[in-house]
Structures are given as structure tokens and as C-alpha cells.
Design a binder for this molecule. Structure first.
Ligand code: ATR
Length: 278
């Protein structure tokens, strides 16, 4: 793909200086010879919608939305994907025929990362910890991969139950073979192939679980938080016998790749970009 016209994209958040999205998107653009300018936009709740409108009014192609504006972006989008609807959050915006579209690519990012790591969720038992925006954003793509069992557990049990109820009412067809249930943070009995931490506990240097789950022989522990050190959750799971531990950097690159595909129609290669970020 070659384009001489400069295409403008950006990520909006607060704080935003730390965001790695510009370097990820520039690396993708290089792969397909796309002339891309990708900015960071610092917004606050009062001027977020002005930034979004102004960006598209000036011919901008696409926006990534990060903390704490994914819910505001959701309410601005005039057309939303079912995945965004279940998440109640949008991380990707674009304009089509003067209509603002919103999607949530976090779940696809996670799913692709699991597959890249050799843990295709098909027929696997998955324990998902958390029922906030991050967990909601990944539930439908996880289910599309047809695990045998998906259990959602959360500190506030009712929120996990709410997600299960909403799943039953959403339009995307679900695999009928998947058992779906929910519970509190102690509801971890059984053996798990993939355990995903979608809570923000790692940001407070805590694991959400008092006791580690039991892993199957080839078990994966995945924390959506990423950083230089393994999170307390990953350390706990490693001690409990998880054969593989992964942080969320691959998910970050994966969600960016899915946004890139929506805006530019090109599926970038993830491995070289991940390697350079590490
Ligand atoms: P996000 O968009 O990152 O998901 P959120 O919607 O505020 O943020 O949700 C945070 C999630 O982390 C929730 O599932 C929360 O549990 P509650 O619903 O009970 O609040 C979970 N969480 C945050 N800190 C936690 C901790 N120390 N232990 C366990 N769960 C925690």
C-alpha cells in the first residue's frame, strides 16, 4: 500500500505522554509504506468531545481512545459494534459518510495475542478475573473462539453476573457449546488452561486472588497490565505452576493492529513491532 497523501491519526487520553500507540502505528505504517502522522492528544472531560469533533472536521482519519475516555467515546459514537455495546466502551473511532463509528478492538487484540502465544482458546477452560470495562471489552472475542468453559469472577460478584446476563441478550451469536458462569474471587475450583487478570489490581501492586488457581499441564497466566517486572498476579501463578506467563504488551500491539486494519485496510505483522517495543 502506498499513499503520498499524509494521513492523520491520533490517540486521546489523560495522561497521554507515556502512550506507546504512536510508535506502534508508525511501525505498522512503515510496513505498508503509508505516509502517516500519528499524534498524542491530551484532553480533559470538558474538552474531550471538542477534540474529537475538531480532529475529524479537519480531515483526521482515525482516533484511538484510552483511559479515561473510552466511555465518553462510546456515548459520542453514532454507530457502535456489538463488542463496543457489551463493553460500554470504545477505543477506536472513525468517520464514515459524516457518521461517527465506534468499535472496541481490545478483545481482538487479546485473542490474537493468545493465539500468537500458542494458546488458542478453542475447547479450553478460561477463568476471567474482573468485570469492569477491561473485562467486558474482551468477553465476546473470547467466546467467538469457542472455549469449552468461560467463568467470569469478580470482587463485586453482582457485576460478573450482570455480564453473563447481558451476554445472553446481545446480538452476536454465541457458541452453544461453551459453558458460561460467574462467581466471586474464591470461585476458582477446577483446573484452568488460561487464567486472565482483567482487573486493575496490578496497578496497585496486588493480585486480585488470595489463592492461585490450579493450572492444567500447559496452562497460561495472562495479565492485561504490562511492564518491566512480572505483576504480583503473574508471580503468584508462576509459583502455582503456570507453564507460561504473559503480560498485556502483545494485547496492546494487537488492539492497535485491529484499529489499523479498520482505518487503512492493512493487516500489519505484529512480531517485529513487539520485539522492538520489548
Ligand atoms: P477497567 O476499565 O480497568 O476494567 P474498572 O471498570 O474500574 O476499570 O474495573 C476495575 C476492575 O478491577 C473491577 O473488576 C474491580 O473489581 P470491582 O468490580 O469489585 O470494583 C477490579 N479490581 C480493582 N482493584 C482490585 C483489587 N485490589 N482486587 C480485586 N479486584 C480489583
Amino acid at each position: 500500500m502506498t499513499s503520498n497523501t499524509l494521513i492523520r491519526c491520533a490517540v486521546v487520553g489523560n495522561p497521554i505522554a507515556h502512550s506507546r500507540s504512536p510508535e506502534i502505528h508508525q511501525a505498522f505504517a512503515k510496513q505498508c509504506d503509508l505516509a502517516l502522522h500519528y499524534d498524542r492528544i491530551l484532553a480533559d472531560p470538558n474538552d474531550f468531545s471538542d477534540h474529537v469533533r475538531g480532529f475529524f472536521a479537519q480531515g483526521g482519519k482515525g482516533l484511538n481512545i484510552t483511559v479515561p475516555f473510552k466511555e465518553l467515546a462510546f456515548s459520542m459514537a453514532q454507530v457502535r459494534s456489538p463488542r463496543a455495546e457489551l463493553a460500554g466502551a470504545v477505543n477506536t473511532l472513525w468517520m464514515d459518510n459524516h457518521v461517527l463509528h465506534g468499535c472496541n478492538t481490545d478483545g481482538v487484540g487479546l485473542l490474537n495475542d493468545l493465539i500468537r502465544l500458542g494458546f488458542d482458546p478453542k475447547n479450553k477452560r478460561i477463568l476471567l478475573i474482573g468485570a469492569g470495562g477491561a473485562a467486558r471489552g474482551v468477553v465476546l472475542p473470547l467466546l467467538s473462539a469457542q472455549p469449552s468453559h468461560l467463568r467470569i469472577i469478580n470482587r463485586t460478584t453482582q457485576k460478573a453476573l450482570d455480564v453473563v446476563h447481558e451476554l445472553a441478550a446481545q446480538p452476536e451469536p454465541l457458541a452453544t457449546t461453551t459453558r458460561i458462569d460467574s462467581g466471586d474471587l474464591n470461585h476458582i475450583e477446577g483446573t484452568w488452561d488460561i487464567v486472565i487478570n482483567a482487573t486493575s489490581s496490578g496497578l496497585h501492586q496486588q493480585s486480585p486472588l488470595h489463592t492461585a488457581p490450579v493450572f492444567s499441564d500447559n496452562g497460561l497466566a495472562y495479565d492485561m497490565v504490562y511492564g518491566n517486572e512480572p505483576t504480583p498476579f503473574l508471580q503468584q501463578c508462576q509459583q502455582a505452576g503456570a507453564s507460561h506467563c504473559a503480560d498485556g504488551l502483545g494485547m496492546l500491539v494487537g488492539q492497535a493492529a485491529a484499529s489499523f486494519f479498520i482505518w487503512h485496510g492493512y493487516e500489519p505483522e505484529l512480531e517485529p513491532v513487539l520485539a522492538s517495543l520489548r
